[in-house]
Design a protein around this ligand. Structure first.
Ligand code: NAD
Length: 453
């Protein structure tokens, strides 16, 4: 099939690549000419393991190309997928990119004679595909959804850092459809995924499935962080041991014969310094706003957001516990800016709350991240008086304390000796509990960690 993807961010580009791998002809439409040029040279504008190699191959084989020309691209295609951003403004979802894309599609469809399916892949609040996207496209095209063109909502479940694998081998495919023909035509894209369950729903159910999925994971994280807080306050509890005891429940890690399965869900039932990234924070906020609009009694999601907002500050509290209340002039190294390992995405990273809090009390901050280095530093850091170190040594040299925010493998392999050699005072606050507590303490490190009394 010939497919247009609007948006060349994480979802747009990875989805485009996954379709092209299955021999569809993909045109990725972006707005930034520099990025378009780089994509056409086989380079992804963001880091995602394995993506550059595959992209270069697909470009060479003419299965994928990037352009800024939407109208002509739509005219020669069967399906247009909307994969633009849906950030938050205030606490509500910002649909401006969706609105603009829908207007452009409507304008282009006006001149298209054959049947064309429009698919919303961006995460949008239930009702958006029907009440916003459909209305705009109909207005600008003069055509009727479900008759002259198809409309589907196909939520994306990929995880950054594992995006390619997730898009190439999805667990399930959810297709919300305005009518059976739309879903049937669009599902042809996934024809090669013979063993992947496809769930056909209405548009709203598909939209809600994505929010339910993200809200579930965010809830598990905030729940785990609340257990950590209780453990810290109660005394003589290590939350890591608590989770070991919880995880071994066969309902969470089933035993088949001699083998115990460790499902991925267990990674969310662990205490840390909070969730970040481009999805959980904005999606939980958008859902909370939707709850208010509906005027219903629903408190869990709001508590999840509240716990997450203060969790990074637990790291500052633990630092003060180790150093003392006065952090003025103390040199603190932050290890990790990405919201999780294996990505250069630092959107809504817990690191920023920690940095801002420390700066407000006069600490001097040096940061390191293996993927978020100078050229890729997010705007939020531009105006802050911090140093971005190139190496871990440079970040921790003469430091009075280290706060570990992101569980990169590079950090997990660091030894107590390394910290003692370079730091002024070997104080480590482990926001992800990746260091061996006993070894570090035995080696003379002042060690504090989330969920450790
Ligand atoms: P992103 O911000 O990285 O990328 C969106 C891109 O769309 C941007 O590059 C923007 O310039 C471009 N764009 C916007 N309007 C455009 C237009 N009219 N024409 C051409 N390009 C346009 O966002 P993302 O992380 O790829 O997420 C996209 C959507 O998918 C969001 O709704 C998000 O919630 C959802 N989602 C994201 C992930 C993830 O892990 N990033 C996972 C699942 C779902």
């Amino acid at each position: 099939m010939k497919i247009v993807i609007i948006g060349t961010g994480y979802v747009g580009l990875v989805t485009g690549v996954s379709f092209a791998v299955n021999n569809h002809l993909v045109i990725c439409v972006g707005r930034n000419n520099e990025k378009i040029k780089r994509i056409n040279q086989g380079y992804s504008p963001f880091f995602e393991p394995g993506l550059d190699e595959l992209l270069a191959k697909l470009i060479k084989n003419k299965l994928l190309k990037a352009t800024n020309e939407l109208e002509g691209s739509i005219k020669e295609s069967d399906v247009t997928v909307i994969a633009v951003g849906t950030p938050t403004v205030g606490n509500n979802i910002d649909l401006s990119q969706i609105n603009q894309a829908a207007m452009q599609i409507g304008g282009a469809l006006k001149k298209v004679r054959k049947y064309h399916v429009v698919v919303i892949k961006s995460t949008v609040i239930p009702g958006t595909s029907e009440n916003v996207v459909k209305q705009i496209i109909e207005k600008y095209s003069g055509k009727k959804a479900g008759k002259d063109f198809g409309l589907c909502m196909n939520p994306e479940f990929l995880r950054e850092g594992n995006a390619l694998e997730d898009a190439l081998n999805p667990d399930r495919i959810v297709i919300g459809q305005i009518d059976a023909r739309s879903g049937k035509e669009f599902a042809k894209i996934y024809a090669s995924h013979k063993n992947t369950p496809i769930i056909f729903t209405n548009l709203k159910t598909a939209e809600m499935t994505k929010y339910a999925s993200n809200a579930l994971f965010a809830t598990l994280i905030s729940f785990s962080n609340e257990i950590a807080r209780i453990s810290e306050a109660a005394g003589s509890i290590d939350v890591l041991d608590v989770w070991k005891g919880v995880h071994l429940d066969r309902r969470l890690s089933p035993v088949y014969g001699e083998t115990r399965i460790k499902p991925g869900i267990l990674n969310y039932i662990l205490s840390g310094c909070g969730y970040g990234g481009s999805c959980f924070p904005k999606d939980t906020k958008a859902l909370a706003h939707f709850i208010d609009e509906l005027g219903i009694d629903a408190e869990v999601i709001k508590s999840v957001i509240a716990v997450n907002a203060t969790q990074p500050l637990r790291l500052v509290a633990l630092l003060k516990n180790a150093i003392g209340e006065n952090l003025k002039g103390k040199k603190i190294a932050i290890l990790g800016l990405a919201f999780k390992p294996n990505t250069d995405d630092s959107r809504e990273s817990p690191a920023f709350a920690v940095i801002k809090s420390l700066l407000s009390v006069g600490a001097e901050i040096t940061c390191h991240d293996p993927a978020v280095y100078k050229e890729k530093a997010p705007e939020i850091l531009f105006d802050l008086p911090i140093i971005l170190a190139k190496t871990i040594e440079e970040a921790i040299v003469d430091a009075d304390g280290v706060i570990l925010v992101t569980a990169w493998k590079e950090y997990a392999n660091l030894t107590p000796g390394f910290f003692k050699k370079h730091m002024r005072h070997p104080i480590i606050i482990d926001g992800r509990r990746i260091f061996a507590k006993k070894t570090f303490i035995k080696a003379g490190i002042t060690y504090r960690g989330i969920g450790l009394s």
